[in-house]
Structure formats: C-alpha cells, structure tokens
Design a protein. Sequence first.
Lengths: 574, 578
Amino acid sequence: MKNKKLSFFLFKYWYLISLSLLLAILIVFLQLAIPFWIGESIDLIVGKNDVEFERISLNLIRISISIVLCALAQFVMTNINNSLTFNISRDIRNEAMIKIEHLPLKYIDTHPFGAILSNVIGDVEQLSDGLLLGFSQLFSGVITILGTIGFMFVISWKIAIVVIVLSPLSLFVAKFIATKTHSMFLLQSKTRGEQTSFIEEMVNNQKVVQAFSHEDENEITFDEINERLYACSLKANFYSSTTNPSTRFINAIIYAIVCLIGAFNVIGGTISVGNMSTLLNYANQYTKPFNDISSVITELQNALACSSRIFELINQEEESDDSKGKVIDNPQGEFDIQNVYFSYNEEKPLIQDFSLKIKKGTVVALVGPTGCGKTTLINLLMRFYDVNDGSISLDGYNIQSLKRESLRSSIGMVLQETWLKKGTIRENIILGKGDATDEEIIKACKEAHSYHFIMQMKDGLNTMINEDGGNLSQGQKQLLCITRIMLCKPEILILDEATSSIDTRTEIRIQKAFNKLMENRTSFIVAHRLSTIQNADVILVMKDGNIIEKGNHNELLALNGFYKQLYFSQFEKN
Amino acid sequence: MKRVLSNLKYYKKETVLGPLFKLFEALLELLVPLIVSYIIDKGIKADTPNKKMIIAMSILLIVVALIGFVFSIVAQFFNAKAAVGLSSKLRKNVYSKIQGLSYLQLDEIGTSSLITIMTNDVNQVQVGVNLTLRLFLRSPIVVFGALIMAFLIDVNLALIFLGVILLLLLVVLGIMFICIPLYKKVQNRLDEVTLSTRENLVGARVIRAFAKEKSEIEEFKNKNRDLVSSQKIVGFVSSLMNPLTYVIVNFGIILLIYFGAIKVDGGVLSQGNIVALYNYLSIILVELIKLANLVITINKSIACGHRIDNVLSLNPNLKYTEEKVDDSSFIEYRNVSLQYNIGSDEKALENINFKVEKGQIIGIIGGTGSGKTSIINLLPHFYDATEGKVILDGKNVNSYNDEELRMRFGIVPQKAVLFRGTIRSNLLWGNANASENDLIEALEVSQAMDFVSKKEGGIDGCVEQNGANFSGGQKQRLSIARALTRKPEILILDDSTSALDYLTDFKLRSAIRKLSYKPTVFIVSQRTSSIQDADLIIVLDEGKIVGKGTHEELLNSCVEYQEIYYSQVRKEEKHDEK
C-alpha cells in the first residue's frame, strides 16, 4: 500500500491550479494598471479649457475593457478555486471513508470517534480552506507586492524605494502584537476549555443536579470560572484588536510621506499630478497584502497540521488483503478452534491455548464475569481481530484463508450495543437482505415481536428513525436488531446479550423464536441471565480468558464449581 | 433577540462610546482626500508652488492619522469590553436559566443543544457584537460620509456616487438574500456527511458483519456529492459579489472622469477636486467589500442569538398550589395521570392510586415503557401530574418549595452519574455537612466499601469525567452511597442495581432495611428478586396499575406478575433451590 500524500490529491487538478494562478497574475496586473491609466487620464484634465477629450475617451475605453476583463477573470478564478477546494475536500473525505471501512477494528476500538470525526470533517475543511485559499491569497499577495513595486518604479524610483523600505514596518508591528498576545490567547482557550467541560458535565446531568438540589453550588462554581474567562477574554480580545489600528496608522504615515515626496516631485517636474494620485492609490493597496500575509502564514501552518493528521488516518494500515480468499457457498457451521492465543495488549495475555471443536447445530453458551473474554471470542470468530497464534477453522477452512465477506455473511450477529442508522425502519431491517419482500419483512417482524410497536408508529415500516434510533427505547432498538437476523436467517448465529434490554415477558417469547431458529444452526450465546442459556448443548464457563468449566447445565451443576456459584447467586433469598 | 441584547444595558457606556469613537475615526479618514486635493490645487498648482504649505499639510496628514489611531484604540477597548461582557453575562444568564428548567423542558430542548448554545452560540454572538460595534456602524457612516463630501465638492458628480451606492447596495443585498438560505442547505448537508461518518464508526462491527462496506461507501459518496453540489451553487452566487462591485465602482470612476473632465474644461472644478472624488469612490469600494463579508458572520450570530433567546424566554413551567389534604397516608397517589405531550393522547400513567406508610419498602415492577420511572418522578415534583394528586405528609407535593421538598429525598437515578472530582466530593453532593462516619456508613450500606478501600487514595480517590474509571456496577453503588449520605426520609432506587450481581444486590437490600433512620424506600426494578421482600409491590403495565400487594399475594392473584416472575425463575428451578 503506497503512502498517499496531499500532492496526490492536488496533482489530479494540476490544470485548474495552473489556470487559477495564471488568472491571478492577470487580475493583479489589471488591478494595478487601471489606477495607472486613471492617473494618466487625470493628467489630461489640467484645468479650464485645458482638457484633451480625445485622449481621455480613448483611455476610458481602454480602462472599460480592462475592468470587464478583470471582473471576468475574478469571477472565473473564484469559481475555479471553489471547485478546487470543494472537489479536493470531497476526494479526501471519500478516501477517508473508504479507509474507515477497511481499517482493522483495533484502530477503531482504540481511537475515540470524536477524534476521527473531527479529522474527516473539521480538519479536511481547514485543510482545503486554509491551504488552497491561503495559497492563492499568498500568491496574489506576493504578485501584488511585486507588481506594485514594478509600477511604482516605472512612475518614480525614489518613491518606490521609500515605500519598500517603510512598508515592512507594519509587518513587524503585527508580528510584535501577535507574540505579545499569544500567552493571553492560551490562557483564554484554557479557561474556555475549563468552562466547556464544566458545562458539558453538569448540563448533561442537569436532572441529577436538580434531584440533589445542587443548583446553587454549581452556579457559584460556574460564575467563578465565568468571571475568570471574562477577564482573560477581555485582555486577549482588546490587545489583539490593536493590530488593525496600529498597522493602519503605519500605512497612514507611509501615505503621508508618499504624498509629501510626490508633491515635491510634481513641483520638480519629474512626475505628474496623475502619477501622484496613482502612487497614493498604490500606497493604499500595497500595504494590504503585507498585513494579510502574516495571517495567511498562520493559516497555512494550521492547514499543514490538519493535513498531517488527515494523512495519518488515510495512510493507516488496512486489514490484510482478502481478495484472493475462498468463498464458502454453503456453510455448515463446524468450527475447530485450535490452540488459540490472543491479547489486545502484549503485556496482558487474555486468551491462552484455547481449543474447542464445535459440530454443526451445536448451541454454545458463554458465561463468566465481565472481562473474561466472552466478547473477545466473538471478535475472533467474526475476524474482527486476528488470532496471535493458533487457528480457527470453519468447515475445515482456516478462516484467515476465507474472504471476510464470505465468513461474516454466513454469521448473523446481534450485539448488546444496538446500532441503527438514520433512515426508515425498513431500511434498517433489510440490512442483511436487500431484496426482501414485504411479506418476508412482516414475517420477520412478527417472529422478533417488533411488529406490534412498528405498526403503532406513524408510518409503520416507513417511519424515519433518528440518528442511532434516538426516538426508540433501548428495548425496541434491540427488537429491531433481532428482526434483522430473523429476516436473513444466517447459517451461524451469535447472540451477545441480545435481549438484555427487553423486558422478561417479551424475552421469553423471543427466546422461543430463537430456539426455533437455532435448530440445526451453530449458535453462540452470551448472556447474563443464566435462565436464557440453560438449554445450550455446551456451556463454556470462562474466567480470565480461559475456559474453567465446560459441559451442559446439569453436568456443570453436578461439578459443584464456579458455575453453580454463579447460578445460585441469582436466587439468593433472605 | 431582545433578551439577548438587553444584556448590553450593563455596558451602556461602552456600547455608546465604542461606535462613537469609531465614528470620529471615520470622519477623520474622510478628511484625507480633502487634504490631498488641497495640496494639489493650492500647493502644487499654485502659481508659485507653496512648499511650506505642502510640508505642513503632510504633517497634518500624520496628525490626523495619529488622532485616528488613538480614537480607534479607545473604540476597540470599549467594543471588546461590551462584546466580552455581553457574552459573559449571557453565559451566566443561560446557565442560571437552565438551573430552573423543569425535567419536561430539559427533555424537550435536549441537553446537547443546551451545551451547544452555551458554548458555541454565545461565542458566535460575542464575535457578532464585536464586529457590529467595530465595523457595522462604521461602514455605513463612511459610505454616507463620502457621499456627503462628494455633494460638498460637486452636486452633479455626486449623483454618480448616489447611483453607484444604490447599485452596490442592490448587488450586495441581493446576493446575500439568495445566499443565506443556500448556506443553511450547505450546513444541513454537511451535518449529513458528519452523521454518516459517525454512523460508520459507531456501527463498524455491524456494517462488517453484514458485509455492507461497499454500499456504505457509495452512500457516503452520494452525500458528499450532494454537499459539494450545494457548496458550488453558493460559491457561484457569492463569486459574483467581488467582480460586480468592482465593475460598478470602476465604471463610476469612468463616468466621474468623463463628466469631471467636462466640468474642469468648463472651469467649474479643479484637477485636485477630481483626485479627491476619485479617492472617495475608492474608499466606498473598500468599505462595502468589508461590509459584505461581515454580513455573513453577523447573520450567523443572529441565528445563534435567536437560539439563546429561545432558552432565555423559557419560564419554569411547573405548577404550584397551596393544598393541604387531611386524611392522607404519608405518601399517597390519588387518581394520578401523567401525559408528557399534551397534544397526543398517549398517557404515560393512568389513574394511579396507592398509599404508602412511613418506613415501608415499595417495589415497582413492569416491562420497558410501563411507567415505572414516571411514577417516582412525580414524587419529588420533577413533573406535574396531569390529573390527580400526589400527596406527601398531608400536602400536595406541588405546595412545597421544590428545594425543601427534594432535600427530603435520596434519589438514585437509572443512569449512574458521577462527577469529576474525588469519591468524597461526589458523596458530599448528598449532604455537604456529612461527617466522615456518615460517608463510611453510606459506602458500607451501598456495598461500595470493598472497592473504594482498594482504590488508590480510598475515599479521596479521584473520579474521572463521567466516572470513567469505575465499572457500571461500581458507579451504581457509589451513586447509591451519594443518596444515602443525606440520610433521606425517602430513598428512591430507580433500577439502580441492574449491573450488580444477585448476591451484592441482596446484601444491599438487607443493609438498607437495617438503616437506623428507617427511610421509606421505593425500589424500581425489572427483577422480581430485587423487590420480592417489599411491603407493597406495584405492578405496572402500559401506564396502569395491574396489581398491588405483597409477593405472595401477587403470585396468587396477578397474571402479569406471575409471568414476570416465572420468566426469571422457572418452575423447575424452584425445586432446585429449596
């Protein structure tokens, strides 16, 4: 896998980029030429009965053409730049999404979603805005400066030199203020961060705050932070806002000096009044790019930082290539787990030397305390993670030799953490079987006992659900996830606490449907409530990554061990 | 908007002085072309060039700039103070407002949007106010001032100015008018892209389990394409702004020069006048471009201001009465119904009646959505009963002062929430004056002592945000301990032992029974084992009471209770456990 760089995304649009730069040069040239010609025209208006109308008219026609040309060029360039910015962000985002779908789950599990999200959304925006617009601003800024100097030299080299020597002054002032205010901004953002996390914590749990009548105490804390924020914000805001007046003041001084020297030169006869007016116009324009450049450079640095974060994501290593993997047409569900070792973290061994043979149609239940490795085993069976050592085979094929898609689509999985996407209920249900008919869907809904509540909703199956099913209860979300499985009826089932949020009466009914589904299907069940797994063919009691007991319900009770202890703790009576 | 801007009244002086000094500065700026024109006409073009006057005038330019500089620094200070002060007051007011919102209002607005309002929106308003004070008032003044100056120099030529300004306004306003709704569309589509990214991260396992990677990528690409197409439309419209203003102003200059030339030829105007008019037009161009860029920011700020205003306009909507009830038990629900949405017919609770004596333990059980939490939320007056009365100690709960009322309760909510700080600081939420012994007792009763003592720092051990360094069961036990430090008269456990194993749950319940101050306890649970020793069990189904009594009574009489019980403990296991 080749490392992709920003240049890869830029190169695709090299012709647009070059065109944009050419137009920028044209625009700057015209924008400088127009005042020059206007100055010339003013020179032709000397006084009473001393106006050369013919030359003025010619000049004005020339200016008009230039104005139209310049405006057109501006219009085209802006649209090219927009196109570049938007297209490149789109390309980078698409690339990032493709990457996300192929990242090892380990990466997704260990990186906070918020960080990846701000990469794909915020950083890309900053990159394209900052880099491209920053670059084009910088480019036209530099061209403007060079062009202005050129035109000024043409009119009067003395004044040009004066301006060149003086104008960096405003740069220095801007820089000086920026350095001085840097620490104030740091303090401001630190205090703001403090306040934000206080707000997030407390407002998120406002109900608890009110339940404990803790409102007054919180207001006192909040006001204290707020006062501090006010003080440091005021400083940061005020001191940084002096930049603009200061640079403008320096520009005004340069303007006055150009005016003075210009006036003397007019008297001396080296330049005309029109020339002087043009020079004054330049003096006004010329300092602007200088002021801009310092802010553009910060923006560029920022954009480069964003770029390195995005490309770190885009160049992450993907899951191993499985394009040459085998496809199982008719999976049977015979698993052979041999001497498997696995850990998420090298220092903490989790599953060690784990072996198990599972025949077709076996119902395997996994029980044990939190963190004992139940879910890890599922991660390995689905190949969300690869084993460190040993092997897992399905129907005699090592699962690492199979196409992931083939392995995964033969397994149906319902997890404790439900996941629904924004869309209709129907779209969410047919995830595993895109071509399902209405009858099939309704049948699945009835089997999963979701039919009743779906039909109570406004648009039935076509009801829109919010992000992550926000408008449904946790139990209803689980029912929908179960419906998915009831619809596509995969060969192998994994139920990881699949009914934990469903009330026990409904659970019993669903259990019946599951029992029917599990006939002749290899199934793995994880559950807290031991009553749901008593009928399993094999119960694996896990602790610290190892199987410590193995057998069916009665055998395990007879063993008088950990399982029995777990089992009876749920019936403790006073 | 009124409630937002009215906060500026604390900064009256600043709000007036800031723009005023900006105005002075702008007026000074308008003098510059006049001075230059004077230098040309009276200095350079005088019969004998007046060098002294030119030097004096150049110094005057610098003096004008210096005064302008001082004015504008003063203005920046007042503006910053007004803007920062306003945002600070807004945050304070919004936070204070949130404290008084009812549960119902919190449900409606949603805490995440409250957080956005307090952070993002308030900052945006600060930026908006700052810019408005700095530039929004200044730019029109400069434009208007330039126009007046032009009229002073020559009325006829000033008409060109008038035309240019009107055309520019038309263009700027027109483009803005078209763009603002388009920007909203872009924002919505960006939200879609964000959502899609989030969904693909959160649902990585499910998407892969169903081998949906390709179709998800397709879907993402489509959303991304929609985003780009709407971005390009806005980009196209707003890209007209700069070229159009440029063309308008420069054609104004051409007209100015042409007609100016005629006037100079006729001896009505001087060359210096033409230079001055030319400079005024250039000033107008610069100011209008600034103004146009500002409008977008200010528009955003106004939208944010409206959201803040919505929150500030909320009035606490709990009802209060003065109602004594003589013949009641300690706690009594009389014909209580509850409807969260007045519009819909859906009732969360319907016709609830029961009585509780002091010191009793009450179990509440029922399926998901049966109204368990709704019942107990009425007691501390978190919600108003839509019909009927909830009575505590001979008074309707809505006749108490809320704080006084709630101080009598120890509440353990369904979601175990801990706050950043130490275990101690969390426990002190229950009772700020609790003694060390009180805390230890609370931890022991809640079965939290064993893991607290193992924690580094023990009771002073740190708690991360959202209690991230504790397991679900540990958080539940600590939030029970927090409620117990208050030694509450009434203890409410809202499904708050779901992550505890049966043995710990059992020990906890025994310890609560043995508490010396004999609280009245409400236990909400899905497990029959958690409530079967209660003095009174209330069985709920779809918001109605379908059974009331002790465990034995209900097992004999209540079908729903039987179903729940046997779904958890099967008949044959009853033999096993003897």
